[in-house]
Design a binder for this molecule. Structure first.
Ligand SMILES: [Zn+2]
Length: 91
């Protein structure tokens, strides 16, 4: 790798720092995590949450498993939006 290429990469990364990209991404991930935990806390240990899926066993991991399975398609959609958002930082 040539020195000019290294300088270009460093300047590019410093541009991310200058425009607070890491701070913006951290805030978005924080808000999303709080949102996700809030939703999970409303269904956690709610017997009616597991019944439609045929689970009568109420171990904690079952709540996590079912919630993760339900959330997976939503997570895919949100991941696409997040990638679109973060790719905008590269221009
Ligand atoms: Zn970059």
């Amino acid at each position: 790798m040539e020195i000019d290429e290294v300088v270009a990469i460093v300047i590019h990364e410093l541009g991310h720092v200058h425009h607070y990209h890491l701070m913006k991404i951290t805030c978005i991930v924080f808000v999303f995590t709080i949102f996700l935990l809030t939703i999970f806390s409303t269904v956690y240990r709610e017997k009616s949450f597991l019944e439609p899926f045929g689970f009568s066993h109420q171990a904690d991991f079952v709540y996590v498993f079912v919630f993760a399975a339900i959330f997976d398609p939503i997570d895919f959609f949100l991941s696409c939006l997040f990638n679109k958002f973060s790719r905008n930082f590269e221009s």
